[in-house]
Design a protein around this ligand. Sequence first.
Ligand SMILES: *Cc1c(COP(=O)(O)O)cnc(C)c1O
Length: 244
Amino acid sequence: MCNQAAQNQQTQMRYPQILDNIKEIRENVENAKAKYRKSDECISIMAVTKTIEPDKINFAIENGLTLLGENRVQEYLSKKDEYLPQSSVHFIGHLQTNKVKYIINDVTMIQSVDSLKLAGEIDRLAAKNGRTMDVLIEVNIGDEQSKSGVSADELTELVVQAAQLKSIHVRGLMAIPPIGADESVFARMNELFLTLKESAIEGADMDILSMGMSSDYELAIKHGSNLVRIGTKLFGARKYITEG
Ligand SMILES: *Cc1c(COP(=O)(O)O)cnc(C)c1O
């Protein structure tokens, strides 16, 4: 069902390395799922696009990775018109309130909501544009100073408040565990997710846990993730590092 393979054989040899990477990632995701999860669960693989040229991104889309993750507003705006139309885009980077207006009509989800102020602005602009916006609440699960995200202590309150906004739809949580984090950090994140799900807060559907990147996606799947965000393992090492 999810992560369907490409139909078009002809396009497949443009970037053989990326094609190999896609196969390997799919296989690893399937294996992790077989080992740790129920067979009817769907684990989405997102292609994280920062610094990657649109032709390569389109190659990934053609080969079935139609869900894209964007970190930076400016970079996204400069590339979006080139993306194949079957793709959909989630914003996953740190988002300043004054930049919501640039992406509100193009993305299908904002995964990086970490304050009521940001949630409120997304709600306001979604309403103005006659739509609702799916959002995830980003949790700073490693309590890192340098990272965005709400602390675990403040999470429930933010979910409750965001859930009351009419033009956003809370769909779950997103987290970036610290590099090399202990497995207990992933388990703790899953616990927070499941606890909120059980609380059944009105207006908040906890159906997505977005966790896991190139170096830890199998561990994340073990601990409940159903959306892994992959950049390096898919497209190769980035030429420069970007934050948020
Ligand atoms: C860059 C990035 C990723 C992908 O990281 P890789 O280690 O290259 O797979 C995932 N999520 C977010 C929020 C990112 O900024």
